[in-house]
Design a protein around this ligand. Structure first.
Ligand code: 48H
Length: 258
């Protein structure tokens, strides 16, 4: 068989455009492809919802690849192990209630199973704004990450979504945009982002489930973004909370949207 370079190029561009146009109107848009966003995407897509995930970087996985201080292992507690088991990710018992898993296997398996379940991931795109209609978040405003890195002045494009999940981690970037644009009207004690508190694994992991919620009509937070928005501690390289938070937000949205 003779290979034609132009056919290869056309296949890529047409395949991508077909998906991008299709996913401009979705049930759920997820910002950030770390562990919480991928887990949420898996459970939502598995229920047949149309879900797009937008990730700024080339690779998905967020802060999970590097384990703790670049030792590429993660720790999960008993509750989190249930989710590792559901994904068939290997883990070893360290001590009572503590399990260790390989961060590379964990990220790649979460990603693979989420894609197979129907999640569509768009990498290299940054969320730079939101669409708000009648005091409800109704979509995301996107640009190529390279546009921002190069400091170019290029206008973005918009997608519509019935619900948006901010899973952008420590920086809670989508919630930050909303606070900056419309002022202190978030569903927090102060109406503003309360800010992440210093490391305390036990409290950080406990609070993350309460902090996984709707922070403004149509906008939900999951993972580390929840603790940053609601003023709870960080928890270091224990990842059960991220997985459980992704599962919780997915369940909430499945109930709401189905
Ligand atoms: C598109 C964006 C944008 C944007 C950011 O940081 P993450 O891994 O997030 P979580 O919440 O799923 O997991 C947190 C965990 O990795 C962690 O950091 C922990 C447990 N820390 C504890 C501690 O004490 O430090 O992933 C967020 C993803 C990243 O891949 C970003 O590139 C991406 O979101 N992202 N994508 N548009 N505006 N902002």
């Amino acid at each position: 068989m003779k290979l034609d370079d132009i056919t290869i190029s056309k296949a890529i561009v047409e395949g991508f455009m077909e998906d991008f146009v299709d996913y401009m109107d979705v049930d759920v848009a997820i910002g950030g492809g770390g562990p919480s966003g991928l887990t949420a995407g898996y459970y939502l897509a598995n229920e047949g919802l149309k879900v797009a995930l937008f990730e700024r970087k080339l690779s998905i996985g967020g802060g999970m690849w590097g384990g703790g201080m670049m030792f590429n292992k993660i720790v999960v507690q008993e509750e989190g192990k249930r989710i590792l088991d559901e994904f068939a990710i290997d883990s070893q018992k360290y001590e009572n209630q503590y399990y260790v898993a390989d961060s590379i296997e964990t990220v790649s398996t979460l990603c693979s199973k989420a894609c197979k379940a129907g999640l569509r991931i768009f990498n290299l795109m940054s969320i730079e704004d939101v669409m708000i209609r009648e005091e409800e978040i109704t979509g995301l405003v996107l640009n190529w990450s390279a546009v921002g890195s190069a400091g170019l002045h290029v206008d973005p494009l918009t997608i519509r979504s019935k619900a948006v999940i901010d899973a952008t981690g420590h920086d809670c970037e989508i919630v930050k945009v909303v606070e900056n644009k419309i002022g202190p009207r978030l569903n927090t004690k102060t109406g503003k982002i309360m800010g992440e508190k210093p490391m305390w694994a036990e409290i950080g992991e406990k609070s993350i489930m309460d902090n996984t919620r709707e922070v403004y009509p149509g906008l939900y937070v999951a993972g580390m973004a929840g603790n940053a928005v609601y003023g709870s501690p960080r928890m270091g390289p224990i990842f059960g909370g991220m997985l459980l938070s992704g599962e919780k937000i997915a369940k909430m949205l499945i109930e709401k949207l189905k």
